[in-house]
Design a protein around this ligand. Structure first.
Ligand code: IVH
Length: 670
């Protein structure tokens, strides 16, 4: 390649990668597979390594972590980052609205969720991210540019150019950690014996204030931007248009904001979001009400603390103080015994709670929590409430420090210690574990037995219908009809579902066994490698670690699982004619390998889930939206807009019958 060809190719690659980054991280709607993306990325990386003079700060390769810092620099914001007046009562909101209407006529507000994360300023010059800083004291914050660069959802370069993209541009947003990522991070920290974060906000703020960007990069952060702080030449008159403009530049903007004209609508929106709060993937602690018209904001001005044109209408707190009555241990699916708190009932953000998680022995000791103590409890996302800390009561006599039991509270087996965790080794023989393991075995990613969820699994174990896992496959309708909640029809359909599940692919079976550390992806890779249960059962630590992604810890768990005599008996029981575990082909697999499928409309012979399982078992992928990468769209009766999109994009469509025929031609009978 000549120099100018290289430059052109680098430009093309950057544009393509940015486009895919945007679709993946901002729109949640990728168009190419990971491997296509990886190929583009490696090609760019390679060209940049060969031509270091062509590397620019906004190249997508530069979002990988930079060097370690000694300390954070101080950065002055392009415009002050104000804070908000806040209150949880309807009356306070109405007072705010009245004050606004005393000055202005025709009031309209933009109302947004109040995201509970860390506020940041991002500065773009000529579309390139040049600075990121924390809020600090509102005028000067700490420079966290290298850390923010590692966050996938923050574009290093904006879309658009010329007059449509102001420069410099300063935007404000909130860096957040999603609740599931937060829980996972805490589990990891605790497994390493480190203290967990109290809530997703602290976890996000902690991740941003790392001197080593590598640590930030390993924490799953996300962003929503909600304000243009400064953009000298930009002609935008409304907050609503500012949100739209930021989205157009490729910044991630939340989809919950609404424009409204009356205070009653704001109250309704607040109530609605409060109800939906636990269903959101991230934490919010209220709604922010902002005057839509930007010029009118100046008319209202500010107090010494906050602007008079905006108001944070908060939710009731999810942190309260109550008394811990008792600490009781319970046994989870994997045998880990966790101490739980029984508390005097207390209302947390609209829900009455009386139980809380105390995590493990070390956490109880670290927080020095004892029965009878006054404690501060908190709910974050949809997690079970946690006891954050003890509230000291000088002079009060306290109970003795809590001791974990030495025997399993469910089956009486001697417990053992694994790091900070106390574990019951009786696996499938322990009723508490059996119920959890049964539920997991039947779960969607495992045997996928419709109708066998948590409640039913507990019922089966409690009623003695399932004393050992293989009993599951001996259940008859008559057994179920004796149980509460079952009628002839529901019993029959569950028995059918169990029968259907008795033929299962190896990776689902393996995942269903619930071996610690073995998630869906690993189960697939391991199954592909070993091909059959019999080979897997005799695999050594070394054999297992040949599989990419399997480290010593995981290998040890797998070997320990299959080496356990009690597990061996269960497996023999399952494989002795009850369960037909299909061997994996070892190749990247299946007649549909590498193809993406979309289903729309109602199918007759198959349920949606059956169709999805079928395609996946043959190596294909099922996605929810049609893109250029879709191979086929299967169209049932009354199809939705996906059908039109397929026609638009010229993607092959199949009726349900054609789909069945398509598979038959390839040797698969449905
Ligand atoms: S607007 C003057 N909008 O809430 C305008 N803030 O003090 C100030 N926050 O620290 C900010 N979500 O970090 C705004 N949609 C949103 C927000 C939001 C969360 C945070 C912000 C600020 C605090 C209020």
């Amino acid at each position: 390649m000549t120099q100018s060809q290289t430059e052109r190719r680098i430009r093309e690659l950057r544009t393509a990668i940015r486009h895919h980054n945007y679709l993946y991280h901002v729109k949640d709607r990728p168009e190419v597979s990971d491997s296509v993306y990886d190929r583009l990325f490696s090609e760019l990386k390679e060209l940049e390594t060969q031509n270091p003079e062509l590397v620019t700060a906004d190249s997508p390769t530069q979002s990988v972590p930079g060097a370690l810092l000694d300390q954070f620099s101080k950065i002055e914001h392009l415009a002050p980052m104000l804070s908000l007046d806040s209150d949880q009562s309807d009356e306070a909101l109405r007072r705010f609205d009245t004050r606004v209407r005393q000055v202005l006529e025709n009031v309209a507000y933009v109302v947004e969720p109040k995201l509970d994360g860390a506020s940041v300023e991002l500065v773009y010059e000529d579309g390139v991210l040049v600075r990121a800083s924390t809020r600090g004291d509102g005028s000067v914050g700490e420079g966290i540019t290298d850390n923010v660069r590692t966050i996938d959802a923050v574009p290093l370069r904006l879309m658009g150019r010329g007059a449509s993209l102001p420069s410099p541009l300063s935007v404000r947003g909130e860096i957040i950690m999603r609740v599931d990522a937060f829980e996972q991070l805490n589990e990891q920290l605790m497994a390493q014996g480190k203290p967990p974060f109290a809530n997703p906000r602290n976890a996000a703020a902690g991740a941003l204030r790392q001197l080593d960007p590598l640590v930030t990069a390993s924490r799953p952060l996300d962003i929503y931007v909600y304000d243009i702080l400064s953009a000298p030449d930009l002609k935008i008159a409304k907050q609503w248009d500012a949100l739209a403009a930021m989205a157009k530049w490729g910044l991630r903007v939340n989809d919950l904001p609404r424009r409204m004209e009356s205070v009653d609508e704001v109250i309704e929106y607040h109530r609605d979001l409060q109800e939906r709060r636990d269903d959101l993937e991230y934490e919010i602690d209220g709604v922010v009400v902002k005057l839509d018209d930007l010029a009118s904001r100046d008319e209202l001005g500010a107090t010494s603390h906050h602007p008079k044109w905006a108001f944070a209408f908060k939710f009731p707190p999810r942190k309260e103080i109550t008394r811990l009555l008792k600490i009781v241990p319970s046994v989870g699916r994997t045998g880990v015994v966790t101490p739980g708190g029984i508390m005097r009932p207390v209302e947390l953000g609209g829900v009455t709670v009386s139980r809380a998680n105390l995590h493990n022995r070390e956490e109880v000791a670290r927080k020095d929590i004892r029965e009878g103590d006054l404690v501060r409890v908190q709910r974050a996302g949809d997690v079970i409430p946690q006891i954050v800390e003890r509230v000291p009561e000088p002079g009060r006599r306290r109970a003795k420090p809590y001791q974990m039991p030495t025997r399993c509270p469910s089956c009486g087996t001697d417990l053992f210690q694994r790091g900070p965790f106390t574990v019951c080794p009786n696996q499938f023989g322990c009723p508490a574990q059996l119920a959890g393991r049964l539920e997991h075995f039947a779960s969607k990613e495992a045997l996928d037995i419709d109708g066998l969820g948590e409640e039913t699994a507990k019922l089966f174990v409690a009623a003695g219908v399932v004393r050992s896992l293989p009993d599951l496959f001996d259940i008859e309708s008559a057994d179920l009809m004796r149980l509460e909640g079952f009628a002839a029809k529901s019993a029959e359909s569950l028995v059918r579902a169990i029968e259907r599940a008795a033929k299962v692919e190896l990776h689902r079976f393996l995942y269903g066994l619930g071996i610690p550390e073995v998630g869906v992806t690993v189960a697939k890779d391991v199954s592909k490698h070993f091909g059959s249960v019999s080979r897997l059962r005799v695999a050594t630590m070394e054999d297992l670690q040949v599989v990419a992604g399997v480290g010593p810890r995981m290998a040890e768990q797998v070997v320990a699982f299959f080496g356990d005599e009690r597990n061996a008996q269960i497996l023999d029981g399952l494989l002795d004619g009850k369960l037909n575990v299909m061997e994996s082909s070892g190749s990247a697999g299946g007649v549909l390998a590498g193809t993406r499928w979309v289903f729309t409309g109602e199918l007759k012979a198959l349920s949606r889930r059956e169709a999805k399982n079928l395609v996946e078992s043959l190596g294909g992928r099922v996605t929810s939206s049609v893109s250029k990468a879709t191979a086929y769209v299967v169209v049932g009766s009354e199809p939705g807009s996906k059908y039109d999109k397929a026609v638009d994009l010229g993607i092959a469509t199949l009726t349900e019958n054609e789909f069945v025929e398509f598979l038959r031609e390839r040797g698969v009978t449905v």
